[in-house]
Each structure stands twice: as C-alpha cells, then as structure tokens.
Ligand binder design. Structure first.
Ligand code: MG
Length: 378
C-alpha cells in the first residue's frame, strides 16, 4: 500500500528520498519518515527536552512551556499547515519534534555561553548540535551511532548553519553553500516554530506577570483579536480572555501562511522536490502578516527577553555554563569516563565537554554546578 499516494507532486516522499547514511531494511507497515519520527520520540535527547528551558527555567513554574511542550506545539501547527498543502506530515512531524534536540540548558543564554567557551575550538551552534545528536551522539542501535535518519529529516533539522561548518558537512551542508532551499516540509516546520514561540511566549509572559495586558494592547495584532474576543463574549476576562485571544492569533497566522504559500506554490509551477530546492523560499506569510509577525517578535524581544528578571536568570545561566565548561577543561578527570579524551587533543576534548554540557537539562546543570563548586554538596 502506498501511504504517500495522497501527497502533492512537490511533497517529499520516502521513495524519492536521498535515503539514510547506513542502508536498512524497509520499515514495513510505516513510511520511512514515520520511522524517523518514532526513533526521535524514543531517543534520550527527546526526553531531556522536558527539563530544558524555552524562556522560563523549569523550576520557575509548572505551567510554563518547556522545550518538550514547545516541540509538540510546533509539530501540531506544522501538521495542520502540511495537511492543507498536501505535504508530507510524517516528515514534518519528525523535523518539528527533533528541531530543538541540540539545545543547551537555559535556552539561548546557554547556547551563547557555550558558543563563547568554544570560540577557539570551532564554536557551538544549536542547530548543528541537533544534527550531531541524531547523527552521532545517541547510542541506541547496534549497527550505527545516532539514529540514522533520512536525509530530508536531517536537512530540516539543520535549519541554519555557518558557511565554514557547512563546508565541513558535505552533502547536508551543500545547500547553504549553493544558497538553495530545503523541502517545503522543512520550510513549514521553520515557520511553525516561529508561530508557536511568538504566541506561547506571550501567554507565558502574561502568566509570569512579566508582561501586562495593557502592554500587549499596544500591539495592533493582539489588540484587534482581544477586542474581537470582548465583543463575542462580553465580560470575559482573565486567563480565558487571554487564551481566546491567542488562539485567534495562532489561527490567523496559520490561515494566512497556508493561503500565501499556496499562491506562491501555484505561481512557481512546481513539479518535483528538485523544483522546490531551486525556487526561492515558498512558505511565507503574506506581506501584511509578515509585518504583524515581526511586531510580535519585536515586542517580545524588547519587553520579555530583555526583562530584568529574565536577564538575571540569563546572567546566572551564563555563569553556570561558563564555570562548568572551564572546570571540565581545566580538569578533564572530573568528567564521566566516556567524555574524557585519552590522547589529550584540546579541540577534541573541548567538543566532548560541549556535548556533555549541552546534553544537560536545566536542573542537572544546576546540580552539577553545585557538586563542583559547593564544598558541602556531594
Ligand atoms: Mg524551537
């Protein structure tokens, strides 16, 4: 049975894939991309996402998004879009669930800190680390390191990549050098990520009290939907009003993205995935919606990500990551044996330390920091 018969001609298909690095028997009752999704869900790195920060550190509250719930929201939004455009939902789900696997503890603060520590040893990029997790770091299968995922899944996970690193990567990095697009599925997952975090960060910002309704009503996009909710349900307030407003914003973004992308796809007269790769980016919002999405982003950057209470956690996170890295580099014998490099090649040892630190959850990093720096902690 052809499980991909319903897909548009320009969708990614298992049968037309560039395949896996190590060849394997066919997955039988599943498509190749379903198998990828299943491998991702069973991975250790996926379970760690539960205890990794999106914006708020895990112990700050039980109801804030974590990287795990964020990834599930991305997959849900991306699949809705995919079904409308007749794209490959299995591939999109795999990319969405794996897209943040390489994130360090403490969100972007952690990534920036680790990148600074790795400055003289090749740097640290979280997208590249996500690829490294699925290509090399997971130890689950007898025949190979990593999860041996399909090319298109790996390509979607590697959302950005610096040119020097792209050159080292071979086929998977080639599109950054040639300035070509990935599959439409990868493009959808990328924008679904943006839709998810812009909206849930507003929700979490309000929940935390770091953002106020009055501030949000100054953004036209939010205010419009907020007014609509007030008109439909007079007297509605509190969390219910916030949720009604945010769900309308998510919906407006998704509907716009589907319509604008559909139009661009039609105009491009795509016949195959190769046409997609050679075309400009086709999954985009309409121009007015691009401006709305940008206004949300700007607002969050200025008011939430730079909030002094967020800055305090960011600064603490930077210190924890920096001190852990330096302690391990200074004394590699503090590392678990698997992470100690026998012939002390500095860059190699640094990469091992980065893998170890990046793999930590927020709370594990804090515990490990206490174990190393607090005298009466064991
Ligand atoms: Mg994300």
């Amino acid at each position: 049975m052809n499980l991909e018969a319903h897909l548009a001609p320009y969708a990614a298909r298992s049968t037309a894939s560039r395949g896996r690095r190590f060849s394997e028997d066919s997955p039988g009752s599943r498509t190749e991309f379903q198998r990828d999704r299943d491998r991702i869900i069973h991975s250790t790195a996926f379970r760690r996402l539960e205890y990794k920060t999106q914006v708020f550190v895990n112990h700050e509250g039980d109801l804030f998004r974590t990287r795990l719930t964020h990834s599930i929201e991305v997959a849900q939004i991306a699949r809705s879009i995919a079904r409308n455009l007749r794209l490959n939902e299995d591939l999109i789900e795999a990319i969405s669930l794996a897209h943040d696997l390489g994130h360090t503890p403490f969100g972007h603060a952690g990534q920036d800190a680790l990148n600074a520590c790795m400055k003289n040893h090749g740097g640290f990029e979280h997208n590249l680390q996500s690829l490294r997790v699925v290509d090399a770091l997971e130890e689950r299968y007898g025949a190979f390191d990593g999860l041996n995922l399909m090319f298109e899944t790996r390509e979607g996970i590697l959302k950005h990549c610096s040119l020097p690193n792209a050159k080292k990567l071979g086929d998977i990095g080639q599109r950054f050098i040639d300035k070509k697009q990935p599959t439409l599925e990868a493009q959808v997952a990328n924008l679904a990520d943006e839709i998810a975090y812009n909206n849930h960060d507003i929700d979490d910002g309000l929940r935390s009290g770091l953002l106020t309704q009055a501030q949000l009503d100054e953004i036209d996009f939010y205010a419009r939907h907020h007014r609509e909710v007030g008109a439909a349900y007079p007297g509605i307030s509190g969390r219910r009003a916030i949720h009604e407003t945010i769900r309308r914003m998510i919906n407006a973004l998704i509907v716009d993205l589907i319509q604008a992308s559909q139009q661009r796809i039609q105009q491009a007269e795509l016949k195959t995935v190769d046409d997609v790769r050679n075309a400009p980016a086709l999954i985009t919002f309409s121009e007015p919606m691009q401006a709305e999405a940008a206004s949300l982003k700007r607002f969050l950057r200025d008011n939430l990500y730079q909030h002094y209470q967020v800055n305090r956690m960011t600064s603490k996170a930077r210190r924890i990551i920096g001190e852990l890295f330096n302690a391990f580099m200074g004394e590699p014998k503090l590392l678990p044996p698997d992470y100690q490099v026998a012939a002390a090649e500095v860059a190699q040892q640094a990469r091992k330390v980065a893998d170890y630190v990046a793999g930590m959850t927020d709370r594990y990093a804090m515990r490990e920091h206490r174990r190393l720096f607090v005298v009466d902690e064991i």
